[in-house]
Design a protein around this ligand. Structure first.
Ligand SMILES: NC(=O)c1ccc[n+]([C@@H]2O[C@H](COP(=O)([O-])OP(=O)(O)OC[C@H]3O[C@@H](n4cnc5c(N)ncnc54)[C@H](OP(=O)(O)O)[C@@H]3O)[C@@H](O)[C@H]2O)c1
Length: 250
């Protein structure tokens, strides 16, 4: 029996990348996992299959985030499979990496809609589904705490907003013994960072050099931190910003 046996987890953006790593890890820990996806149903099904092959239980739910009504639509889909959630991981997110003079309002609105508004309203409409003693884990970014990549400013601003959400929500949900935390990855090899990591011959080595540990992060590096916060062992950590950057901010 895993440490999360009997719990239900919802991981947004679990079709690929960090979200997939988190979903697989929580599945191995014994949680039943709602594998949320936006556009890639086939990839979400692969995540579900991987969890099941490892002996776990999972189902896929697909709703594109970033427009009005998205959160309610996601919960309606979720309700067809489960009657409550213990662990909500707000992981789905998009980036914007260009100089400020090249960013238009539509792009700015989009990154805030997906990265900030969707997590906020997923919690807002999930309050009755979240079980007491549960967990909300928001996937932030080390870029909320460093100006090392100023072309990612609008993206970093979304993560700063998400961090304030984690902090203040912890006070709101504390009386129900629900913990709320931000987990901030550094550079992790996913589709999201493919261009960055392959921009030049030495791009990978440059990215690795940001970390005190001298390597690019893997999705499991973040999933293990989320697993700890989701477990009973993480019960006394709330309102916190957890650095999962491999020492990239030092
Ligand atoms: N990779 C890094 O270095 C890094 C560093 C710091 C923080 N982060 C954060 O970690 C999270 C995951 O990043 P990642 O690198 O794993 O990204 P990724 O490989 O691009 O995967 C993104 C995931 O989010 C989903 N998603 C994106 N936009 C969506 C939308 N509008 N509606 C619904 N689902 C959507 C995607 O689903 P579909 O493919 O099904 O559409 C996919 O499952 C993000 O919040 C990101 O900001 C990443």
């Amino acid at each position: 029996m895993g440490v999360l046996a009997g719990r239900t987890a919802l991981v947004t953006g679990a079709s690929r990348g960090i979200g997939r790593g988190i979903a697989e890890r929580l599945g191995r820990d014994g949680a039943r996992v709602a594998v949320h996806y936006g556009r890639n149903e086939a990839a979400a099904k692969e995540t579900v299959a991987a969890i099941e092959e490892a002996g776990g239980s999972a189902f896929a739910i697909g709703v594109e985030l970033g427009s009005p009504g998205d959160a309610e639509a996601l919960w309606e889909e979720f309700d067809r499979h489960a009657d409550g959630v213990d662990i909500l991981v707000n992981n789905a997110g998009i980036g914007v990496s260009r100089p400020i003079e090249e960013i238009d309002e539509a792009e700015y609105d989009r990154v805030f809609a997906v990265n900030v508004k969707a997590p906020f309203f997923l919690v807002r409409h999930g309050l009755t589904r979240l079980r007491d003693g549960g967990r909300v884990i928001n996937i932030s970014s080390g870029l909320a705490r460093t100006a090392a990549m100023p072309n990612n400013m609008a993206y970093a601003m979304t993560k700063g907003a998400l961090d304030v959400f984690s902090r203040d929500l912890s006070k709101v949900l504390g009386p129900r013994s629900i913990t709320v935390n931000s987990v901030a990855p550094g550079i992790i090899a996913t589709d999201n960072t493919y261009e960055l990591l392959h921009a030049s011959e030495d791009a990978w080595a440059q990215a690795a050099a940001y970390s005190a540990l001298g390597r690019v992060g893997e999705t499991a590096d973040v999933a293990d931190v989320v697993s700890f916060l989701a477990s009973d062992a993480g019960r006394w950590v709330t309102g916190s910003w957890v650095d999962a950057t491999g020492g990239s901010l030092t």
